[in-house]
Design a protein around this ligand. Sequence first.
Ligand code: FE2
Length: 384
Amino acid sequence: MLATINLPRILRVGAGASRQLVATLAELGLTRPLLVTDPFIKSCGYCERLQTPLDAAGIAYGLFSDCVPDPTTDSVYAALAVLRDRDYDCVVALGGGSSLDTAKAVAVLARHGGLMRDYKVPRQVDSGLPIIAIPTTAGTGSEATRVAVITDTQTHEKMLCMGLGLMPVAALVDFELTLTMPWRLTADTGIDSLCHALEAYVSRKANPFTDSIALTAMRTIYQNIRTACAEPDNRQAREAMMLAATQGGIAFANASVTLIHGMSRPIGALFHVPHGLSNAMLLPEVTAWSVDHAPARYAYCARYMGVATDADSDEIGCAKLVDALRELLVDLQVPGPQAYGIARNDWFDSLQLMAEQALASGSPANNPRIPLAQDIVQLYERIW
Ligand SMILES: [Fe+2]
């Protein structure tokens, strides 16, 4: 099988990587960046980590700090208006997946114009302004993907947008930016990464390049996520989670996600559940539903993560994997849709629409067991 792998041109990984922005800009021949972030990150002082060296180097930059969680087309257009004010030659995204995806969307619209919905899959957008991504969560992996998810303000659809124009030219992966991440955010973003790795490994588009990265990422996340949650300033755990999140991003960007992410996006769009949390709600049940169609692959994950042994059969390995995922959700206090506060009628009235949106994203077709709409409805019913 022929695999095509896309990566950022520069990956700087490790403590202090975010302080290398000036050097990175120089390497890429860029001189007029627009920083894109959200109000919380700005208030944390992380912006200053970028701004102080930029000022010292005499680089004139702009700042848009109004990114919103689950970025909407309205918020993207607001950032685009700021970008069009001046002659910026790149966007520097600082934040979680929401700020990174906002910056990606702006980079594409700045180059090509039009509306965001013009760029949703199956369209591939091949170019845009250069993007430098500086993640502040160990989660989305967006710094290493050619994907952005933007919610259409009018239709509430979580639109999947893909193409090389959305791939950062550089990613500065600095775990020191995650040392203050709160417990819930650490858990949710970490499970998002775990899903990226697991889904990439079992995906019908998996390949030997992504397999090795996905396996390393899933083991690292499984073995460090509880510590990262319990000890926020544990540098070893944070460093491990941060690298694994980027690896998870590389894995799924080049092997695709599957049914968990396909079903997760509609939950986020309709009920405003954070992305990692809606993935978490789905992770054990979708895995349990899928294992029989790729038992060797799932069992290998279980052994690699250390929850099954070489002596276990594939069948037992699969069962142990599902059990371990269920236990992880309990330990990380992941609520179901009901406990999260979603009304029963709202949930059950939306199942058909959610199933249609899930299928339309294309991700479920990469799952080892390919679902019909009715299967997806039943899975949504099961996680309620
Ligand atoms: Fe994700």
